[in-house]
Design a protein around this ligand. Structure first.
Ligand code: ATP
Ligand code: MG
Length: 401
């Protein structure tokens, strides 16, 4: 099959393929970008695979960076952009279900395509626009089917992350999972416990943000794979709740919001411990927890000025948007009004700080100083005190009388 009218991302990278070919090697576009081009979807990263070994690739281009030379990846810097060029490779025995125990560079495109996860991710495209389709991926693309390359059981046994990727691609592409592939995903799901949580998080997070996230979650539930992911099973609620409680057409706007919805659906009491078990960053944990706190507070009443200040408009809006998903009325205008009325949005905007109080009011560092600063902050937030140095110092003098 020939792809006429190559997308501009490929057009721009064509000189790279030509240069490698002129040096006597093969080079192709591979992976998700070819799949997305065939589906008329926007392309993000253009990945290039070549028969040239990394050292050979480096002699072809003037400017290169070794970004993953042990995996065979060299970054080529050209005026038109930066391109990741990876040597054809096979991945040998997977000892710990996480990563191949060794990577071997090979000269054969077919060997490289064979180790890829799904048929629709195993296309190659040459510089003439010809699609190389060794595993009938074009038929699967047409039928909107996700099918493992080769023997599904072997493939999921080699790398269980492919199970998560399966749910994720079902969710992003709106594809069904071919029956044998699905059966192998389900039977190998216990291996998910062996792969790194960080890798599972990335795929699960992409799933939640995907347009057809319901499809991904439904497939996951059908396979029971959630049993082998951190704490998705032992809570009061369950993953099915996410499907049951959120509006059919609801889409998450951010990772923080999606994980907050997950916590709420699972009815998790210790948010921090749950998010920690997924090895997320502390900032992420804080923001998700705040969205959950706001959501729960809003079930009781509307927010006041102090809460708007403390939580910040951005996270409040994400919580309100989640209310839309859960079919509850929202308070956006009121929140905007309260936010606009705030004279400060962060304590660092206060014109007086600890060292000023130490210098000008003979305060000593310690809890007393901290308490005074907090009172000043509260008074400014409530509109009882202007954010003005003379006014603040006077207010402190009055209060300490
Ligand atoms: P996206 O559009 O989300 O980037 P993608 O298909 O490009 O999707 P990547 O994770 O960027 O996915 O991987 C690029 C390609 O590498 C895939 O299309 C697939 O061919 C191959 N690949 C990635 N991860 C695996 C894996 N765990 N097992 C087998 N092949 C994989
Ligand atoms: Mg990609």
């Amino acid at each position: 099959m020939k792809l006429n009218n190559l997308p501009s991302e490929f057009q721009e990278a064509l000189p790279i393929l030509k240069k490698i070919r002129e040096a006597g090697y093969e080079a192709y576009f591979v992976g998700g970008s070819v799949r997305d081009a065939l589906l008329n979807r926007p392309i993000h990263d253009v990945d290039i695979a070549t028969s040239a070994y990394p050292e050979e690739t480096k002699t072809i281009f003037a400017r290169t960076i070794d970004i993953g030379i042990e995996h065979g990846t060299v970054l080529v810097l050209e005026d038109s952009g930066e391109y990741e060029i990876t040597t054809f490779r096979t991945e040998d025995v997977y000892v710990d279900y996480r990563r191949p125990s060794s990577v071997s560079f090979v000269r054969s495109l077919e060997e490289d395509l064979k180790r890829r996860d799904f048929t629709v991710n195993a296309f190659a495209l040459n510089d003439e626009g010809n699609v190389i389709d060794k595993f009938d991926g074009l038929a699967d693309l047409k039928a909107k089917l996700l099918r493992a390359v080769g023997n599904p059981a072997e493939r999921f046994n080699e790398d269980a992350l492919r199970i998560m990727r399966g749910f994720r691609f079902a969710a992003s592409l709106d594809f069904n999972i071919e029956a044998n592939t699905f059966a192998a995903m389900a039977s190998h799901a216990p291996l998910l416990e062996k792969i790194s949580v960080e890798r599972s998080f990335i795929e699960f997070d992409k799933l939640l943000l995907a347009p057809f996230w319901r499809k991904g979650i439904t497939a996951m539930l059908a396979s029971q794979a959630q049993k082998y992911l951190p704490h998705l099973e032992e809570a009061h609620g369950n993953l099915q709740g996410l499907l049951d409680h959120l509006a059919e057409d609801y889409h998450f706007k951010s990772s923080e919001q999606a994980w907050a919805a997950l916590l709420l659906s699972l009815d998790i009491t210790d948010s921090r411990a749950f998010l920690r078990s997924w090895k997320t960053s502390t900032q992420f944990q804080k923001d998700v927890e705040t969205i959950v706190t706001i959501y729960r507070a809003r079930l009781q009443s509307s927010l006041d000025k102090k809460q708007v200040y403390r939580y910040g408009k951005d996270l409040i809006e994400q919580a309100e948007d989640l209310r839309i998903g859960f079919g509850l009325p929202v308070d956006i205008e009121r929140i905007e009004r309260l936010d606009e009325a705030l004279t400060i949005h962060d304590k660092h905007e206060i014109v007086v700080n600890g060292s000023i109080l130490i210098k000008e009011m003979a305060y000593k560092p310690g809890p007393d100083l901290g308490r005074t600063l907090k009172q000043v902050e509260d008074a400014i937030v409530l509109g009882e005190l202007a954010n003005d140095k003379a006014a603040i110092l006077e207010w402190i003098r009055e209060a300490s009388k």
